[in-house]
Design a protein around this ligand. Structure first.
Ligand code: ADP
Ligand code: MG
Length: 393
């Protein structure tokens, strides 16, 4: 299979040489991701099904052995951030630089002798759009340091390092899906990931060969409501599992859902807990349904499952917003096979499964619906299933 190229990208080696006065030891890329199905399941030990985007974070990197870490992003103002690796400490600020610095910290915490680096980054992954620009940054850094310091870590191990950086150094409570997708995805496939044991399977998802396309619609909105909502949903899911006497909601099979919801109601569970449990267990089941359809070559039939997933996120988990609902509604009215919000919600992006021949019409209909509702124009692009982290040269 040919190397996926990022059609939007520039070469960070040029910037690197200008900043640091030498050529980098190498160039690495790691993609953003979009999740096809399985939302808010990853902190319940459940299933997710992301695919890597053609959009990547790219890093030009040279190894250093003097304890100095220099970081630069072409995409944010502020110039080079210079840090000492032995002084790296969690929650110390550093803004955007905390993501790559956290990776170096997490590697050292895990006992790997990483002694410094010069890094120049640039990324085409839209930030804050639910497409994991943060994981792309972490994974590209982890992959580069893994290669330059000969650490021999696997993709899942690099993902765990990236997550540790984001959770414990930056201080953002995210699940493992984003880093696993960025580290482990394969071109032309979606990744079936079991977040309990990180076992994974590459599920063929060659849309173009079937005359299909998956559009990503970035609503370009981010409602403040989202900040506390993740923690609240997470706590609600933990309450649900505790009341049901199971370790995690993953341990409740879909065929036992109705009985479990009655048990919860009888136990006096909060109405919101009952909704969260219904979402998580049914979305886990939707992942299994989509996989069965993909394996059977019946990709079109996944469309209605995406629509079900959206309704569940909107009505049970209540993490959608008017802009995301409008994408789903307008896309379906214009003849899409199915659509759903993706990522954390309250803004960010939606995915739309369409016949390739209808992609233009559907995209236009969504844009027009946004204009008619007085929203800013959404960003729309084709989510071609692309490769995970790799060394470019
Ligand atoms: P998402 O991962 O959904 O895009 P996050 O809030 O998790 O959103 O991560 C976005 C943050 O990641 C940005 O605020 C910034 O700190 C960092 N980031 C992402 N891309 C870049 C980049 N190209 N350069 C510098 N920082 C970046
Ligand atoms: Mg992120």
């Amino acid at each position: 299979m040919t190397e996926t190229t990022d059609p939007y990208g520039t070469d960070p080696a040029v910037t690197f040489a200008e900043l640091y006065g030498s050529e980098p030891d190498g160039i690495w890329a790691a993609p953003g991701r979009v999740n096809l199905i399985g939302e808010y399941t990853d902190f319940n030990d459940g299933f997710v099904m992301p695919l890597a985007l053609p959009h990547t974070a790219r890093a030009a990197v040279s190894r250093r052995d003097d304890g100095v870490l220099r970081l630069y992003s072409a995409d944010v103002p502020g110039g080079v951030v210079s840090l000492r690796v032995d002084e790296l400490a969690p929650h110390a600020g550093h803004g955007w630089a905390a993501y790559p610095a956290g990776v170096l910290w997490a590697l050292r915490e895990a006992g790997h002798p990483v002694t410094g680096a010069d890094i120049a980054l640039t990324s085409t992954v839209p930030t804050g759009a639910g497409l994991s620009s943060s994981a792309a940054l972490e994974v590209v850094t982890a992959q580069a340091l893994n290669d330059l310091f000969h650490l021999g870590l696997t993709g899942p191990e690099l993902a765990v390092v990236g997550r540790r950086a984001e959770n414990d150094f930056v201080g953002v409570p995210c699940g493992i899906m984003d880093q696993m997708a960025s580290a482990c995805c394969v071109e032309g496939h979606a990744l079936h990931l079991d977040t309990r044991d990180l076992s994974l399977r590459q599920v063929p998802f060659d849309l173009a060969a079937r005359g299909l396309a998956l559009l990503v619609v970035d609503t370009r909105v981010k409602h403040a409501l989202g900040d506390g909502a993740y923690a609240e949903r997470r706590a609600g899911c933990e309450d649900g599992a505790r009341l049901l006497g199971i370790p995690m909601l993953r341990d409740l099979r879909h065929e036992n859902l109705a009985t479990a919801l009655t048990t919860l109601a009888d136990a006096g569970a909060d109405e919101s807990v009952i909704r969260y449990v219904r979402h998580v267990v049914s979305d886990n089941h939707r992942v299994e349904r989509v996989i069965a359809l993909l394996d059977a070559g019946d990709v079109r039939a996944a469309g209605p499952v995406l629509n079900d997933g959206h309704r569940s996120l909107r009505d049970d988990l209540r993490v959608s917003c008017p802009e995301l609902d409008l994408v789903v509604e307008a896309a379906n009215e214009a003849g899409a096979l199915g659509a759903r919000m993706t990522g954390g919600g309250f803004g960010g992006s939606a995915v739309v499964l369409v016949e390739e021949a209808a992609a233009g019409t559907v995209a236009k209909a969504v844009s027009e619906a946004f204009a008619a509702a007085g929203h800013a124009a959404p960003g729309i692009f084709d989510a071609i299933p692309s490769a995970g982290a790799r060394r470019l040269r």
